[in-house]
Design a protein around this ligand. Structure first.
Ligand code: AFP
Length: 334
């Protein structure tokens, strides 16, 4: 008789990847994130039927129009983690300031940084969406963490990953021992192990980027894109372009089949668009743990100094050899 696939809970318990001492809290935290994912997925499935598409009329801290679903996803995180024993602070793309949870402190050791609904321009056209999360540990035992304590380097993450709301809902995470993917089985409401120890190919054949920004890019970046589209059978070019406008979906494709995703710096905006703490860092750690690379074009994402929670960073991420090529062009070495 075939074996029933492992549920998220059993997998975490059996793998024992999580350091002893942290096992209980970190496992429950990941399970709670899974619960948030189920709740958000449920809203997304019915969104066109219950008047939760479109915008709220608010503009968020990033200067972007807030979608109703952005707000719902953010509130879902707050509700689930408000009275949790794991999280004492939560920073989100949707909130200018983090929410500090003194009622959970000092027993709750972890701080959560999230993009609750990534790719939210996709909400109104039934395209894929995601949630990105990064978990860091609060080191200060003598006092509640402050906003500054949340701004930490990517190398300090203790868990990271994403939920992808596509044709199925998936939870992909790392705690620094490889990357595992779980697919939500909707009939029983459980995440089942579908992608154990994901490895990204060392080179791919696709690139993902918003090429409408081509004229804004520096020369080296433009030259790299010209190179990708150039014909050369020996190096597998031209690459195919694939871009959904949802970072999670675009990076997930590359994680599974190889290639490169770029949201590079621009001439007038060298810091790029994506946020370091809750977009670039968690995805960078996932991709590195799968054998890939994540760079700003000039340095490793995980080594970027974090100065504030909504800091932006250029992101070039994917198969190791593809990211190395991009770095060479961006740095003017090719
Ligand atoms: P949000 O919906 O969380 O703001 O994310 C959108 C996003 O940051 C990311 O998902 C996409 O890769 C990128 O923006 C798309 O940006 P463009 O619209 O400029 O291509």
């Amino acid at each position: 008789m075939g074996q029933f696939p492992l549920t998220l809970g059993r997998f975490i318990a059996q793998k024992q990847e999580i350091p002893p001492g942290a096992a209980g809290e970190l496992s429950s935290l990941l399970t709670q994130i899974g619960l948030v994912g189920k709740l958000i997925a449920q809203d997304l499935r019915r969104a066109g039927l219950i008047d939760i598409l479109g915008t709220t009329g608010e503009i968020n801290v990033q200067g972007e129009a807030v979608k109703k679903l952005d707000e719902i996803a953010n509130k879902t995180f707050l509700k689930v983690f408000h009275h949790s024993e794991q999280v004492c602070a939560l920073a989100s793309e949707e909130m200018e300031k983090p929410v500090l949870l003194p009622e959970n402190w000092p027993q709750a050791q972890y701080m959560l940084l999230i993009d609750p609904l990534d790719g939210s321009s996709n909400t109104d056209c039934n395209m894929p969406l995601g949630t990105i999360f990064s978990v860091v540990k609060s080191e200060r035992k003598a006092r509640m963490p402050t906003e500054d304590d949340l701004a930490r380097k990517g190398t300090e993450q203790v868990a990271a990953g994403y939920l992808l709301y596509g044709s199925s809902t998936m939870l992909v995470y790392t705690v620094g021992q490889g990357v595992h993917g779980f697919t939500l089985e909707p009939n029983i409401g459980e995440y089942l192990l579908s992608h154990a120890q994901i490895r990204i190919p060392v080179r791919g054949k696709i690139y993902g980027a918003n090429e409408g920004n081509y004229h804004k890019w520096p020369g080296g970046t433009k030259k790299y894109f010209d190179y990708l589209k150039d014909k050369d059978a020996a190096t597998g070019r031209p690459y195919s372009g694939r871009y959904s406008g949802c970072l999670v979906a675009d990076v997930h494709r590359i994680l599974l089949s190889g290639g490169i995703y770029l949201y590079p710096g621009e001439l007038d905006k060298p810091e790029g668009k994506l946020r370091l703490l809750y977009e670039a860092n968690p995805l960078a750690w996932v991709v590195e743990q799968a054998g890939g690379k994540a760079s700003t074009g000039t340095m490793r994402i995980l080594d970027v100094e974090a100065k504030q929670i909504h800091q932006r960073v250029p992101l070039i991420i994917g198969s190791a050899n593809d990211v190395c090529d991009a770095e060479e062009f961006i740095q003017g070495r090719r």
